[in-house]
Ligand binder design. Structure first.
Ligand code: NAD
Length: 495
């Protein structure tokens, strides 16, 4: 690929960025000891603000408020809860342009992507506002006369939710909306790197009339806060989105305290491009799915398995499209790919590239990191990637395409299932047999066929194997926040 064709846009970073606070007992406030953490704009590497860093006392207070909030909210009629969620969705929509600007400043993605994320979070909240009132138990036929057997669904209690920096609003909205609609209260520990946009999500719920304590927001030392929340007897449910190693630690801790858990963890999505695939469509779709959010997406395509008869055509179609990507500050309207969110990702990307080159992969496209400044990293494409390369074993979580060929469909399926991950998967084919075989044999929580990943609120979203368990979409998402109670009643009939 001709490197000179990669377009780099002029930087255009607005300095207007608010410092973020904790939200405890319906009050926005500093940490008790006044501690703060810096926030950096990834497009420039400059500090743009700061976020309050909760102390153990702040966490304890948020727990007490959440418990009190639960007493009120769980007894609020589902229809009234639904109205609050609807108002929050409405407020989020109305405030979307400003929230999107904050998100781009702290996270880096292009403004259009930030706006889509906020509007999609509003859609998720609106969806769950409708589903909450539909929760129903059962009346089960009894074995004895004068007996009634009821199956009752109840909210689990206080939820501790941990969300990452890649989709700072949407990852939180899924957890918050599902928990709130069934009557749980929730303490959200959002990512310290991207605090302002999830703060606006919480503000929308507070402004919508959520009673005191029903939602709390903390930032601080993730390990300290998660340990304190998960160990607390007041918390009944833990939900985490992030990396598999951290997810395993938190699930183990939750296990010690017998807490309900949902884990939405890393993936390494296989993309099978079969010999009969529509190559132009596959290239268009992979471009969108792979480079959205600079590849920092748990469901982004990452192991490309392309039939050997079409590999050259597919690779050149994809590279031609990559040349149209405009890399730059997300605030510039012309940018179609922003920087990575932090320096850790840049270092990680470089190590994937170095390892692939060392192991003999063919470098088809790419450019040096230094060319861009900030935390920018150009798209890279490798073909003939050996199975031993890091790129085919660890989740890249960035804008690197790794391609291998296959000849028989079984080979591609076997390779897809080789890793311990099982989150997203993709298939491009026009053949019905191929479609059914892959959908039956693939070990993944989600399969997208001839289309880019879309996390529709009404569809389950979650993984298998090391990618976690539990679902964050559809009716399945609500089960995660509900207890089932069996009530069996004998009654004495009166004359
Ligand atoms: P990391 O593992 O340090 O952190 C991932 C997320 O977990 C962050 O939001 C962080 O604040 C949080 N976290 C870390 N330790 C925690 C703890 N003890 N308790 C509670 N929360 C904790 O990794 P990172 O450098 O931020 O990101 C790297 C990897 O994380 C990526 O390669 C990717 O695999 C994964 N990740 C996945 C998602 C996702 O959507 N599933 C999102 C972000 C990151």
């Amino acid at each position: 690929m001709d490197q000179s064709k990669l377009t780099v846009i002029q930087k255009n970073t607005s300095p207007e960025y608010p410092d973020s606070l904790l939200f405890i007992g319906n009050t926005w406030r500093e940490a008790q000891d006044g501690a703060r953490l810096p926030v950096v704009n990834p497009a420039t590497g400059h500090h743009i603000g700061s976020v309050a860093k909760a102390s153990a006392t702040d966490v304890d207070e948020s727990l007490i408020h959440a418990q009190q909030g639960f007493q009120v909210w769980s007894r609020t009629p589902a229809s009234a809860r639904s109205e609050v969620l609807d108002r929050a969705a409405h407020l989020l929509r109305a405030r979307a342009p400003e929230i999107a600007r904050l998100m781009t400043l702290e996270q880096g993605k292009p403004l259009a992507e930030s706006l889509t994320e906020v509007l999609s979070a509003a859609q998720t909240i609106a969806y769950f506002s409708q589903e909450g009132p539909r929760i129903a138990g059962r009346v089960v036929q009894a074995r004895l006369s004068n007996t009634q057997q009821l199956v009752v669904k109840e909210p689990v209690g206080v939820v501790a939710a941990f969300t990452p920096w890649n989709f700072p609003v949407n990852q939180a909205a899924r957890k918050v909306a599902a928990a709130l609609t069934v009557g749980c209260s929730i303490i959200l520990k959002a990512a310290e790197e991207t605090p302002a946009s999830p703060s606006e999500l919480v503000r929308a719920f507070a402004d919508a009339g959520l009673p005191k304590g029903v939602i709390g927001l903390l930032f601080g030392n993730p390990a300290d806060i998660s340990h304190q929340l998960i160990s607390s007897p007041l918390v009944q449910k833990v939900t985490f989105t992030g990396s598999t190693p951290v997810g395993k630690q938190l699930a183990a801790l939750a296990g010690q305290h017998m807490k309900r858990v949902s884990m939405e963890l890393g993936g390494h999505a296989p993309v099978i491009v079969a010999e009969d695939a529509d190559i132009e469509r596959a290239a268009d779709t992979c471009l969108l799915a792979k480079f959205r959010n600079a590849g920092q997406v748990c469901i982004a395509p990452s192991r490309f398995l392309v039939h050997s008869s079409i590999e050259k055509a597919f690779t050149s179609a994809l590279c031609a499209r990559i040349q149209q990507i405009h890399i730059g500050d997300g605030l510039s309207p012309a940018s179609t790919m922003g920087p990575l969110t932090n320096q850790r990702r840049v270092t990680a990307m470089q190590s994937f590239v170095d390892d692939a080159v060392r192991k003999g992969a063919t470098w088809v496209a790419g450019a040096k990191v230094d060319d861009f400044g900030g935390y920018f990293f150009a798209p890279h494409v490798f073909t003939d990637v050996p199975l031993s390369a890091k790129l085919f074993n660890e989740e890249p979580f960035g804008p690197i395409v790794a391609i291998r060929t296959f000849n028989r469909l079984q080979e591609a399926i076997q390779e897809s299932n080789r890793l311990p991950y099982g989150l997203a998967s993709y298939l491009f084919t026009e053949n019905l047999n191929t479609l059914h075989q892959v959908s039956q044999d693939i070990q993944a929580g989600m399969l997208w066929v001839n289309q880019a990943a879309k996390s529709a609120p009404e569809m389950p979203f979650g993984g298998q194997k090391d990618s976690g368990y539990g679902s964050e979409g559809g009716m399945e998402a609500l089960d995660a926040y509900l207890n089932t109670k069996a009530v069996s009643v004998y009654f004495q009939p009166k004359d």
